[in-house]
Structure formats: structure tokens, C-alpha cells
Design a protein around this ligand. Structure first.
Ligand SMILES: [Fe+2]
Length: 297
């Protein structure tokens, strides 16, 4: 294996269903909703896998972090890495003056101020890569990419972009059957050679589809199943307004549409989707084409 510096955590073999999720985004209401779902599904904390960004846009960073530190296995996201480093922004590299950059200038200081020195040290200790085996298949969990924690890989990204990350991960950790990622905010899966790439989606913000529901996934006996999550979006929005976080994401919780689509590839923006809709039956059907054999519920 190559000499690559990374914090690695190996959970060993996981027996039973595995809950996959990302992006709690300081949304305590969504976090409680997913925790209730995990209990209902009988999935224990050691089989709850978070792809990072526990902390981001919403109102309750400290409470959300405390909840998931107790109740899931967290791989570091860019937000965790940036707060641990005492940085000034979320590390996404948004264009100056863009909606995302203006918004992050509000929520990032709010989050940074809420995280205690002790919790910051815990963030620093989070792994870059988490490994586990499930039903004789070996998985690596990352946030965006391994080459860059804040790399955006979309359902429509070229296969070579995924392959670059898989090659790096296999040089670090040996042969893999699957990679589980997050960061981009939209659940999807791709088959890249023999490797199953799974983006488990995020629970703290809808996937820019006009709903109030987050996304997560379950690895079970019959394979991968994606699912949607309802939560108290009105309560999460009210908490953001009380905290002064009114740069647009508080509305996205209600409307289901992100305040800016600048970060999205053109064909995934609403206008691009309308064209897709006329040409090929819609974005949802296009998304389903990129899936493997999984189901949505
Ligand atoms: Fe992220």
C-alpha cells in the first residue's frame, strides 16, 4: 500500500442492516427524526455511518454534534475539518459574493462559536476514511473525495473522476467493493468498474427537489435501499430565524429549493431538469438510470 497520510478507522465486520447518511447540517430536528428511524429499524449506533458535515447551515451545531457523537460513526466532512482547524470558512471554495459564500459568512461563524474547545478536539480526531465489511463486501466511507474532502462528485460527473478517488482509496486501504460518500447533498449511486459508489444523501436539507424531505440509505440483506426522511422543518426554520441565520437556507427547508444552484452542474439545475423532462421523462428518471439495482421508498 502507498504511504498516504490519512486518519483511518476500521470498524471491522458489521452484522445486520447498516444506516448510511450524511449532512445533519446542525439540523437538530432532522437528526432526532433519523435517530427515531434508526431505533424503529433496530439499527444500533455502531451500524449508523455518517459521511460528515454534521455541522453546517442550521441552528444547532453543538447539540447536533453531541447527538451524533453518541449515536453514530462519523467520518470528517469539510465543515468538521475547517472548524477543527479554526478556519474562517467552510472550505467549499465558493466564488466571492456568491449566494453560498454570503450564506457561509453567516452560518460558519455561528457554528464555530458554538463548538467548545473539547468538541473541537473531538472533531480533529475524526477519521478521513472509515472502513467496514458488510456481507463479505468491503466499503470505504469518505466525505467528498479522498483527494479533496470538499470535492463535488455529482450523479452526472465523469466516471474518471470517481475512478481517481477509488484508485487513491485502494492504494491506501487495499481492494474495495464499495465507496460511501456525501458532501454534494444529493443521493445517488454509480457503478465504477467493479466498485459500487454510493452517495447516501443528506438529512439536514432537501435535495433541491421541492420537497421538505432529506435522504438516507440502508445497506441490508437485499442490497441498498434509499429512503426519504420527514422532520419538523418548520421548527428547524424557526430556530434558524431566532439565531439570525436568514440567508436563504432557512427558506430551503420549507420550499425544498436551495437558495442558489450555482454549485450544481447545468443539467441538474431546475432549468436543465425542465429540458430533461421534455426530452427523457425527467430528472428522477435520469437519476434512476444512474442507479444500480437499488430501490427508493
Ligand atoms: Fe461537505
Amino acid at each position: 500500500m502507498a504511504d498516504i497520510k490519512a486518519k483511518l478507522r476500521d470498524l471491522g465486520e458489521l452484522r445486520g442492516d447498516v444506516l448510511l447518511f450524511g449532512g445533519p447540517y446542525s439540523n437538530l430536528q432532522a437528526s432526532h427524526a433519523l435517530l427515531a428511524r434508526a431505533h424503529a429499524l433496530g439499527i444500533a449506533p455502531e451500524r449508523r455511518i455518517c459521511t460528515g458535515d454534521v455541522i453546517a447551515y442550521c441552528a444547532n451545531p453543538a447539540e447536533t454534534l453531541a447527538l451524533w457523537r453518541q449515536n453514530a460513526q462519523i467520518t470528517a466532512g469539510n465543515c468538521e475539518r475547517q472548524i477543527a482547524a479554526g478556519a474562517d470558512d467552510c472550505g467549499c471554495g465558493f466564488a466571492p459574493g456568491s449566494v453560498c459564500e454570503v450564506s457561509s459568512r453567516a452560518w460558519f461563524p455561528h457554528a464555530r462559536a458554538a463548538i467548545s474547545p473539547q468538541a473541537r478536539r473531538a472533531l480533529d480526531a475524526l477519521p478521513d476514511v472509515t472502513l467496514f465489511v458488510h456481507r463479505a463486501r468491503r466499503y470505504a466511507v469518505i466525505h467528498g473525495g479522498f483527494s479533496d474532502v470538499a470535492r463535488y462528485l455529482w450523479p452526472v460527473s465523469p466516471a474518471r473522476a470517481f475512478q481517481q478517488e477509488i484508485d487513491l482509496l485502494q492504494a491506501l486501504a487495499g481492494p474495495l467493493d464499495g465507496v460511501i460518500a456525501g458532501h454534494c447533498g444529493i443521493a445517488f449511486e454509480r457503478r465504477i468498474g467493479a466498485v459500487h459508489w454510493i452517495n447516501a444523501g443528506v438529512i439536514g436539507m432537501p435535495p433541491n427537489d421541492g420537497t421538505r424531505q432529506g435522504e438516507y440509505a440502508v445497506l441490508g440483506r437485499d442490497g441498498l435501499r434509499f429512503a426519504r426522511l420527514d422532520h419538523d422543518a418548520d421548527g428547524a426554520r424557526a430556530a434558524m430565524i431566532r439565531a439570525g441565520l436568514t440567508q436563504g437556507y432557512e427558506q430551503a427547508l420549507i420550499t425544498g429549493w436551495w437558495p442558489s444552484e450555482d454549485i450544481l452542474p447545468p443539467e441538474m439545475r431546475r432549468q436543465g431538469r425542465a429540458q430533461l423532462s421534455r426530452a427523457s421523462g425527467g430528472w428522477r428518471s435520469t437519476r434512476s438510470l444512474s442507479r444500480c439495482s437499488s430501490t427508493w421508498v
